[in-house]
Design a binder for this molecule. Sequence first.
Ligand code: LMR
Length: 408
Amino acid sequence: MNQTGIQQEASMFEQLQPAKPDAILGLTEAFRNDSNPAKINLTVGVYKDDAGQTPVLETVKEAEKRILAEQKSKGYLPMTGSPEFGQTVQELLFGDGFESLSERARTTQTPGGTGALRVAGDFLHTMFPQATLWLSQPTWPNHPGIFAAAHVPVDTYPYFDADSNSLDFAGMISKLETLPAGDVVLLHGCCHNPTGVDPSQQQWEQIAAVLRDRGLLPLIDFAYQGFGDGVQEDAAGLRAVCAACDEVLICSSYSKNFSLYNDRIGALTLVARTAEQANTALGHVKLRVRTNYSNPPAHGAAIVKTILSDESLSSDWHGEVDAMRTRIHAMRGLFAATLADKGVEQDFSFMKEQRGMFSFSGLSPQQVETLREEKSIYIVGSGRVNVAGMTADNMELLCESIAGVLGA
Ligand code: LMR
């Protein structure tokens, strides 16, 4: 008998089967438990410096000092978060002349980019239950899970041509041209995760025209601004879409470019045809926030806002982002060159053309498993490598081990 007097036959939890580990974070847990001192983690998208550390940015430290000195309350934020942070986000997204778009754009501060995607999913499911969401093939492994949890039907469009390690632009466009009006297309704003392959500016403009002509709603996942070609450059595709389409959803993250991973700071920005329609849509977003987590945590937003509203801190932050991007790019070149030195015949120089933290290495699931089991080198099962986890110090061992599984 339990306390309510009801006969309890069996433990409820006893009946549960073990859950499948998360494709990315599950490996991070396994990496933590690995006692090999030479272990290398190329799984989760977290930036590491030359010393293999994920440092707190200097500008973040300075902003935190100021916040601590000036903070007067820890009262709840509004459901949509800090309005000043929202304005900062719109300046980052839209750039010069952001005010004209801001009239019909509304930003909701969210716990990370993942929080923004989930709120967007809940909004789509509640307001547009018939809409299918189209994901690139491949995409971030958490995308299908987030939208399944929000009950949004998903399907895929072609994106990556594995033979040429480049964009399957013709395949992508011809699929988009068949989609029915009112469906939603998720695009990676820059630094496509997991392939590192982005459309050119001209291709972005063609994509934007198809979305507009077919009445599709773009949902842009923008988690790596500054890690591709630069803070402004990386927003060019998103801006082309906003210039062509009246209605857009943007999920942005500040985990990577402010190195604020555990402060969970992101945003959902909706662009509508008119200010009035934007306010109405925002009202529904607020309800989705309220039933998810009520209102967002404040600290990360305060940091981003403090840095970007101070000219000198902002300029230092741009320097810090440039340094992270430059280091990742240097690792791409070094990786390709070191593999060639180790006798690997396959040409990895395509990785120099790719952008952001990730590339598809082309390693098979079996090769990935051998690297993990025999060398404590952790790579996502799809063969995606986090280039930001490579350093001058771990490169020799990494490339020697990869050469080993490739039979070089
Ligand atoms: C990644 O793809 O590794 C990052 O977006 C982090 C995550 O949560 O998966």
